[in-house]
Design a protein around this ligand. Structure first.
Ligand code: BTN
Length: 328
């Protein structure tokens, strides 16, 4: 445990009480100047700590930061979030960092988390707006025994894990929009970006990136997404611990990944279908420059959307953006 975490724990044990610099220096075995420096670091991380001459320090409110020690202590997984873990303040994109780590050879289950991203990336080349201190931006490295053509299974499997976590941790009625957006009442709360490195017949690694809107306020959302996005805070009116959510996500991610590895993709898709309300609905699907309109017949065991087109006939769609057609 780092000195900074030990100091925070001391202050936490005496929340709302003054603890003198001398006492802290004695308990931690460091000088009073070192205590002062570490308190300064904690304040920059967003912890609300008062300092007063003769009294010492008092923790008023802890920032919701993801700290390695706390994450490790809260995790209930065997593999996910265990081998190599990098917790970053600011980074370009956790997916980019995870790809660097994967290329260096880190083991399956390695994790990158950031407080904010300067180049957060979404599907189809979009930007993932990543305000600091509010949300979860994380990427996991997998080394699945799948052929490259089966790699999209990982994305659908992740949507199942994410939806399970949101339902369990927040009691919100999260649903999946094909292929992998997680929605609350037609507003997006979380997205997944999967990137793969493979040769002709084997996957080397898959990086799965999650962006989950946890404590974002309306005013902090990018203008173009504000009307179509939501966060746990906006839905429930209370702040949620990012560490707890991330640990619960990793737990569901591990069990769903085990299901995929042990029983194949069919049972995962069965769960996926039970978490979507898109089947049987009229939609239009944008695929590159084309738009197809019709009724969703099913999403089959390969994760392919089967559309009964208004113009007649059935179309199998492998990737695209779905929008519900609402009756007026
Ligand atoms: C989407 O477009 O729905 C996918 C969004 C994925 C965003 C996450 S945030 C963590 C990881 N790093 C990135 O740059 N993107 C993903």
């Amino acid at each position: 445990m780092t000195t900074k975490t030990k100091l925070l724990n001391q202050l936490k044990d005496h929340t709302h009480q003054w603890v003198s610099g001398e006492e802290l220096s004695h308990r931690l075995g460091i000088s009073r100047t070192a205590v002062w420096k570490q308190v300064k670091n904690l304040k920059t991380e967003g912890h609300h700590i008062l300092s007063a001459p003769k009294k010492g320090y008092r923790l008023v409110k802890m920032a919701d930061v993801i700290i390695a020690d706390e994450l490790a202590a809260t995790l209930t997984t065997n593999v996910m979030g265990r081998p190599a873990v990098r917790i970053l303040g600011e980074t370009d994109s956790t997916n980019l960092q995870a790809k660097v780590m994967a290329a260096e050879g880190v083991a399956e289950g390695s994790l990158v988390v950031a407080d904010t991203q300067t180049h957060g990336r979404g599907r189809r080349g979009r930007t993932w707006h990543s305000p600091s201190g509010r949300n979860i931006y994380a990427s996991i490295i997998l080394r699945p025994r799948l052929s490259p053509s089966q790699a999209p299974q990982i994305t659908l499997m992740t949507a199942v894990a994410l939806t399970k976590m949101l339902r369990e941790s927040t009691a919100l009625d999260a649903k999946i929009k094909w292929p992998n957006d997680v929605m609350i009442d037609d507003k997006k709360i979380a997205g997944i970006l999967t990137e793969i490195s493979a040769d002709m017949d084997a996957v080397d690694y898959v990086v799965v990136g999650f962006g989950i809107n946890v404590n974002t306020r309306q005013s902090e959302m990018a203008e173009e997404i504000a009307p179509i996005a939501t966060s746990i805070f906006l839905e429930k009116g209370v702040e949620t611990s990012r560490t707890n959510l991330l640990c619960n996500l990793l737990k569901h991610f591990e069990t769903t990944y085990d299901l995929l590895n042990n029983q194949g993709f069919g049972p995962v898709m069965e769960q996926w279908r039970s978490m979507t309300d898109i089947i049987g609905r009229r939609v239009y699907v944008d695929v590159m420059d084309s738009r197809y309109t019709g009724k969703v017949e099913t999403v089959n065991d390969d994760g392919v959307l089967v559309l009964r087109e208004d113009e007649g006939g059935t179309r199998h769609i492998f990737s695209g953006d779905v929008t519900r057609v609402r009756r007026r």
